[in-house]
Design a protein. Structure first.
Length: 247
């Protein structure tokens, strides 16, 4: 139903029905709308100019829900055509409402899984942005790619190791912990951290990795004890904190 309404709106150049879906109070309806938009873009090349025109018009809508849905739709399109929709992520990072900004993070995560080269190149441009929230959001956004391919995002994360804002550094430590517990990732993370210059931040990241291997113990590739053994092999001079090994 939603697919038909949006397609009809695009073909008739009357966007009222699409706007109703994009602004609906029901999150499920808005999700269906942006998934349908991405699907139509992929399936029918003749609709692409109309889809992009619709997104451009809706991006200036005063309703944050519409702008959020636009960015999520752009995220679906960006899985295959990032350059065609990068404008929406540039604008979304500056949005005054947190929901569109969160949609940027979510979109970067899903696009980065399947279209990493373009997305990570874009993300790198914002790593040293003057706005600390943008730096934090970019750090958070690239996390998902790192859970399977930590080598892809570790060089970008390293650029944030001297960030002067604690909120950004805390997010950085969190992301390192999140990518380190997946199968085959911890050794890669530890090897890369050895080249980092900010040893206090590295120590904080190591403690986070140890904690994660307890908090997520039902999902980690290694036990906490195995993780500690591997960490100690890379950092034999590390000062252990008491009580770190959980039963």
């Amino acid at each position: 139903m939603i697919k038909g309404e949006i397609k009809d709106a695009l073909l008739s150049y009357s966007l009222q029905k699409s706007h109703v879906c994009y602004s609906d109070e029901d999150t499920y309806i808005r999700k269906s709308a942006y998934l349908v938009t991405g699907r139509l873009y992929s399936e029918d090349a003749t609709l692409r100019p109309a889809i992009l025109a619709m997104l451009f018009k809706f991006m200036s809508d005063p309703d944050f829900k519409v702008r959020q849905t636009v960015i999520n739709a752009a995220g679906e399109i960006g899985k295959q055509d990032f350059e065609g929709v990068r404008f929406y992520f540039d604008e979304g990072l500056k949005d005054p409402h947190h929901s569109p900004r969160n949609a940027v993070i979510g979109s970067v995560k899903k696009m980065g899984e399947v279209n990493p080269e373009a997305v990570l190149a874009w993300a790198r441009e914002y790593l040293h942005h003057e706005d600390k929230e943008i730096r934090r959001e970019i750090c958070h956004g690239i996390e998902l790619r790192g859970r399977k391919y930590p080598e892809d995002i570790l060089p970008l994360l390293a650029e944030l190791q001297h960030d002067h804002t604690s909120r950004v550094r805390n997010t950085l430590v969190h992301v390192i912990g999140q990518i380190a517990y997946k199968k085959g990732c911890l050794a890669k993370v530890l090897a890369h951290l050895e080249s980092w210059e900010n040893r206090p931040l590295v120590d904080a990241a190591l403690e986070e990795i140890i904690d994660v291997h307890h908090r997520y113990r039902n999902f980690t590739a290694l036990t906490q004890a195995e993780a500690i053994t591997l960490i100690d092999a890379h950092y034999p001079d590390r000062k252990r904190k008491s009580g770190r090994v959980a039963n």
